[in-house]
Design a protein around this ligand. Sequence first.
Ligand code: ATP
Ligand code: MG
Length: 411
Amino acid sequence: MRLSKTTITPTKNITRDADTVNSRLLVQGGFVRQLMAGSYIYLPFGLRVLNKIRNIIRLEMDALGGQEISMPALHPAKNWKATGGWDSIDVLFKIKSRTGKDYALGQSHEEVATPLMKEFINSYKDLPMAIYQINWKFRDELRAKSGILRGREFEMKDMYSFHETRKDFEKFYNDVKLAYVRAYNKLGLEVKATEASGGSFSDKISYEFMVLTAAGEDDILYCNKCDYCVNDENTPLNGNEECPRCKQGTLVEAVASEVGNVFDLGKKYAESFSLTYIGRDGQPRYPVMGCYGWGTTRTMGVIVEHFNDERGIIWPKSIAPFNVHLIAMRGAESQGENLYKLLQKEKVEVLLDDREGISAGEKFASADLIGCPYRLVVSPKIGEGKVEVKKRTSDKVAVVPISSLKETLDT
Ligand code: ATP
Ligand code: MG
């Protein structure tokens, strides 16, 4: 992509929407624009990052046997009345049509996914089954804040699974947990799996995946020795106490952001929608259900909160908008063009700063702000056939022959 042809010019001068690090840097770097509180437009750079996050999650869900679908955001009220959510869920957006019909905007999709399966799950032979989507959700959050961490419109990957037995559910649920951790690691994030509501003393299985960040809204306690972690809201435990699991470590208080969760739904939704299958004994039964949420847009915000310095974002390679940010200094424009074309031919994702009338200093500042893993510079001083390489994570520069550039970028 050519910076001169994009709709946005990265600049530190933009100070609006600057209440948190993620919103400030994402706006300044040209990734997003706010439409209103809690609602963001994803610009070309932002969409590239979001697409990469989506794809990392998608690969893991597909590997679990999840089938991707897309469900509407506009729901008939009757689905929400069937589960009681119409009256009990305070964040549910409700809409009345001009003919007086009631609708809800999807704040989650159990109410659509469960009745959908009535057509496809008839016998135990149809189980297990898992469907998922990566789609926008709407919630009437009292306070939409912290940039893209808490929106009124935000994106979620939501998967729903259906099982014949609790044992089968538990195996799948555990596989999802492992897949989540793998995907978070690919995104460069370390997560803590927090036991939620009831914690280790309840037989209901529910985990929240937490990333430590001061911009988060959850207070958690984790053990400094083992992987024990609980949400502060539901535990009688306190910081500095002995870990109740390993009895060796000490509990540490921390602030975190919930980037995903896995829930044991039991038979609640199947009962609400009379979703049954014919069991091995010929009798109708309710399947055991699980749901697995992942806030994709919140994850992008958390990554920005985590990976930045005073100059801008430092994207992990797996989700950077481009691997390479190429700058041609004055007098080396045609060298820049040639290298740009070469890198494109080699399938290296490259952003060329070909803006005219912009100083070298400003171009370097833009490269830091946008935060691609590598900055490449060609100039008359460096000479033909050579390029200066700098990692966003380091201040060291190296001059390498263009013939060996590919190896340098792969390491
Ligand atoms: P929270 O406690 O943060 O409100 P939640 O318990 O309501 O989250 P779920 O309904 O289970 O969350 O949604 C699944 C995931 O969607 C969450 O783990 C989070 O990553 C994301 N999410 C939830 N609400 C929002 C929001 N308002 N804006 C952005 N992401 C959100
Ligand atoms: Mg919520």
